[in-house]
Design a protein. Sequence first.
Length: 337
Amino acid sequence: MTKVVTLGEIMLRLSTSPGELLTSADTLQMHYGGGEANVAIALSGYGHDTYFVSKVPDNALGRGVQRHLLANGVSTAYLLQGGERLGTYYLEAGIGKRSPRVTYDRKHSSFANLSASELIFEEILDGASLFHVSGITLALSQDLRELTLEALKTAKRKGIKTSFDFNYRATLWSQEEAATAILPILPYVDICSCGELDAVFLLGIKEADHTLSKEERLVYYYRKINEIFPNLEVMVSTFRNNISASSNELQGNLYANGTLYQSKVHDIQPIVDRVGGGDAFAAGILNGLLEKMDYEKTVTFAAAASALKHTVHGDCSQFTKEEVQRFIESGSGRISR
């Protein structure tokens, strides 16, 4: 099996039921989730040997995280224990025209206080084919920015492919802070998940002509990014049309070698849980690249995997390759016999 390593924070998620506000809810649903953990879980379901690098407290919640990862086939060999708390976030479920809303409670978490001296990436990455991380990790502390940069440098030195998802969250840091942290790491990235807003507001690229189609604008931005960072082999993103909180249209994009490849548009309704849809797409892209699918099949698989994730509760996608492929071949709504 292909060894994949991801680095990031996993948190406790507490969610309201649709139709309830967080301010008045008296019961909350509990899940564990985090971008890089979600990617590791999805890739494990596709048959890859995945390792999640993080730190959780030595208490019932930390043990719950470990059980969650192991139950989904992810190795916890590099899951450190220590610190005082597991980061938490609250999800107020959207409905109709009211969008979902996230409230973070993650400061001073065990992972946010992780120091570079606690991890030896020379050993962790030994034998790996891919290392994945996101901008959320960079946002949490200066130590984690330095740790991530060193991990990416180590991966490149060992000939390991690297993947970075911008995953910008305005509630965690400013655009200026994000740009300062992200720019130094991009020379060490092979596969990048980013879109138009990232190009303009984080990378400072001049806005495209608004008379162009959205596809033409995306190609413009990806070409400009490639001029600055020619090391980026693949760039990916999604087009999402938010019709309502329970109805979206989703299309996957993959840019490589000067060409844009796109999936079909998925009409997703009703949405059971949108959280983690981007991670499912990222994992689908990485699976396709690891398995050396052609680019069109890769983005088709990734978009289908993301669409399927919207149909289940929780942060992570637990579908197999075969289930995603059946969905692609049969379309939605048909009984699989």
